[in-house]
Design a binder for this molecule. Structure first.
Ligand code: 5CA
Length: 439
């Protein structure tokens, strides 16, 4: 993509309404624009990051055996009356009337709708277990939307729902999602810690939040320090025994504020106690028959009797993750994207767009890198070099290739790593090889 054709409205001034660094950088780098309180338009750069995160979440769900579908954002109130949640959900739920005066709502979550789909289709335990998921916009009319996409009113969520014939099966589903989440957040460049959590309006007894530690996080959390750097399971067989992975983590203390037990925490050796702030990027629940019972979702069990299905639900805040990743990875100059989610891998910076030799080398690199499938944002404009440097540092692409007449006189271009700041001079040919070998 050429900067001269792209749409990337940067802000020069730091927006006064942004209180935390991720929100400031998201506005300044033109990732999002507020449409109204807690509701955002995703501009091209932000949209690319959102889609990259979504894709990693999807791949890890699929790897764990979950199956993707897509449910609508608008739901009928009828189902919510059946589960009893229509009245209890309160003002957070956006209620709408259609032209026939029928009650609709903009889904804040999908337990009812997925249970309805399930009960209409599945009759026997032989069709179980199943984990179904979708990645869809949600609306919660939060009293205080804040920190940009961190606590929005409209936000993108991945929500999965598991169906099993008994509690033991449901526990396996919970473990699958638990492990899938560890892998997902690691691929996004984040250190996540699963912590005992309150189930809130979703319900159930067993619940974990996945927390990314950050000073600006909204949650107060307590845990054993060893959990923070615990290696993520590798080569997992999702059909095998997952309990050891779970035990390794849940045997150490970790809890959010609501579930905090100060006596248990005090038993951790003092140098291993960690009380910190964190961002909740995922939340998983096991709630048994809380929805299958009122909605009468039953299957024929192995003994011929009818049994209510055991369920759980598993959420990831996809749009919140954009902010969380920036909170975890930035410096004074701007964002530092992990390669896995970066909107482009390379920024190609022409220092003198009207110099024929510089243009020839830049155009050649751009064409060959793009042809090799490397995503490049090519600054072919005639802006000042200093302006370009600060723009690329702000938008945080992992690599910069800087091309100008002075370097070219020595047959060289410069490569800069955004994260380490390391620079090296190479021939254009060698630079090309560096990014295309192994592709
Ligand atoms: N049905 C369950 C699981 S699928 C559910 O709704 N869980 S939740 O309420 O915990 O939300 C799942 C995730 O969505 C949270 O962990 C959080 O990362 C994200 N999330 C929740 N509310 C917001 C919000 N207002 N803005 C941005 N992300 C949010």
């Amino acid at each position: 993509m050429r900067v001269s054709r792209f749409f990337m409205p940067l802000l020069r001034e730091t927006p006064a309404e942004a209180q935390i660094v991720s929100h400031r950088y998201m506005l300044r780098a033109g990732l999002v624009r507020q449409a109204s309180a807690g509701i955002y338009s995703w501009l091209p750069l932000g949209h690319r990051v959102l889609r990259n995160i979504e894709q990693i979440v999807r791949e890890e769900q699929n790897r764990a055996g979950a199956v993707e579908l897509l449910m609508p954002t608008l739901q009928s109130a009828e189902l919510w009356r059946e589960s009893g949640r229509y009245d209890v959900y309160g003002k957070e739920m956006l209620r709408i009337k259609d032209r026939h005066d029928r009650d609709l709502l903009y889904g804040p979550t999908n337990e009812e709708l997925i249970t309805d789909i399930f009960r209409g289709a599945v009759r026997s335990y032989k069709d179980l277990p199943r984990i179904l998921y979708h990645i869809q916009w949600k609306f919660r009319d939060e009293i205080r939307p804040r920190f940009g996409v961190m606590r929005g009113r409209e936000f993108l969520m991945k929500d999965s729902y598991s169906f099993d014939v008994d509690a033991e099966g449901a526990r396996r589903a919970y473990y699958k999602m638990f492990v899938a989440y560890l892998k997902t957040f690691a691929r996004l460049g984040l250190k996540s810690v699963p912590m005992k959590a309150d189930a809130g309006p979703i319900g159930g007894e067993l619940s974990h939040e996945f927390i990314v530690l950050a000073e600006t996080g909204e949650s107060q959390v307590y845990c054993h320090k060893d959990l923070v750097d615990m290696p993520v399971p590798d080569n997992v067989d999702f059909e095998g025994d997952l309990e050891p992975y779970i035990r390794e983590r849940t045997s150490l203390y970790a809890a959010t504020d609501e579930k905090h037990d100060s006596e248990a925490f005090a038993k951790i050796p003092a140098d291993k106690q960690l009380a910190a702030r964190g961002i909740e990027v995922g939340h998983i629940f096991y709630f048994g028959t809380k929805y299958s019972k009122p909605l009468n979702a039953k299957v024929a069990g192995p003994k011929g009797d009818e049994v209510l299905v055991e369920m759980g639900s598993y959420g990831i805040g996809v749009s919140r993750l954009v902010g969380a990743i920036i909170e975890a990875s930035h410096d004074d100059a701007g964002i530092i994207w992990p390669e896995s989610v970066a909107p482009f891998r390379i920024g190609l910076i022409s220092l003198k767009a009207d110099d024929p030799k510089t243009r020839e080398v830049c155009d050649g690199l751009y064409q060959k890198l793009t042809a090799a499938g490397v995503e490049v944002l090519y600054d072919d404009t005639d802006e000042r070099a200093g302006t370009k440097f600060s723009m690329f540092d702000l938008i945080g692409l992992p690599w910069q290739i800087i091309v100008g007449p002075r370097g070219l006189a020595n047959g060289q271009v410069e490569i800069k790593n955004r994260k380490t700041g390391e620079r090296q001079n190479l021939s254009a040919e060698a630079a090309l090889n560096m990014f295309t070998s192994g592709k």
